[in-house]
Design a protein around this ligand. Sequence first.
Ligand SMILES: [Zn+2]
Length: 454
Amino acid sequence: MVFRRQAQPDYVRDVTRRPPLQDNPARHSAPDDLCDAETRVLDAIDEQALVHELVDLIRIPSVTGTDAESDLQHRYAHQLATLGFDVDTWKLDLEGLASHPDHPGTEAPRTEGYGVVGVLGGAGVPALVLQGHVDVVPTGDLDKWEDRNPWSGTIRSNTVHGRGACDMKAGVAANMAVARALVASGVTLARPFALHAVVSEEDGGLGAFATMLRGHRGEAAIITEPTSSKVVIANAGALTFELRVSGCAAHGSARLTGHSAFDAFLPIHTALTDLEQQRNARPHQLFDGNPLPYPISIGTIRAGDWASSVPDLLVAEGRLGVQLEELPAHARAALENAIDDVCRRDPWLRDHPVQVAWPGGQFASGHLDPAHPLVGEVIECIRHTEHREATLSGAPYGSDLRLYAGMGGIPTLHYGPGDVSHAHAPREQVHIEELVSTTRSLAVLAARRCGAHL
Ligand SMILES: [Zn+2]
């Protein structure tokens, strides 16, 4: 195991200054239909520690690719080792991974990254893996955050606030709370339980990719991304693309002597909108209620370098949604063909065709058969502990699911605390009651799948 020998940065020292809880999280009585060992694990969940853990995690600004991301991984490994887990911490071979033919792509600059896997109890393949990514996206405009501080971990109205609160430090904290409860309860596990903490999920999934290459596996995995109380068994994919559209520079006062790259882009944008409509005409039933499960979205546009010049180049970057069971190559071809069509019909673009590239994150879609036993087991645990019937759903974003299910061959689904509409948004937040109730379901699932006994 590797530990950094450096002065702790301020945000690590700051975690000792925790905000007071406004209310105690709701107390729950154990349901009757659990075995003694499962009840013992439920009773061992320390809800206050769970909330404090989330606050601590938010205060470490682990934006993908930064040193804080590595700091969080080392902290996580240390916690697991302290609990008695067998911990594998390794430094990612970034160069080796980059040259791998299946490299998932990255977007953030990164000089290092670590993998952390902890296994508790028994021998053989873990019966359950709980996985979470420790990285978060940047904060965006600070003025959109209360007190201009996205790293506060402030608790208001029984809700924890801050970047990563739901995506997905709540899930990471829940995973750790399950680990603590399994140890604190004193139960014995017939089969191993594993926790995976990964980096770089937000910019492509390099951490999950490296974890699968390292050989870590499980009979089933839950990624505790925020699922808004649903059980998510499918992810659409997302492919980052770049378009380079040529123009011809001229003085703005004589713009007819040039050709604006911005104007040249407009029919391309229309074609992408048409393509988006076609690709969303008959979405999979798991996306019922979602009007646009496979968006094509332009995220950045740069054009020109002077206000009174006609721009001679426009560079647009965006993401293309990948349909369930669609190969990424097929999705790429659909976009490239749509752009080729426009270029053939447009007098300027015919002679100056748009260049399409696929840099950055390349998320294939992924899914789990709804008939797989894991799905029923999760629904049953939710029924026992949260007293409700969970619905199955698909998520329109790419995630590590496709790497665990695809590369790893591990039956994988998402179930975790938080409303995904807060993810990547200002004032990101998670409700404490949901954090606790989801953790309880995950704890019962872990006890059950790993054969916990007294
Ligand atoms: Zn996430």
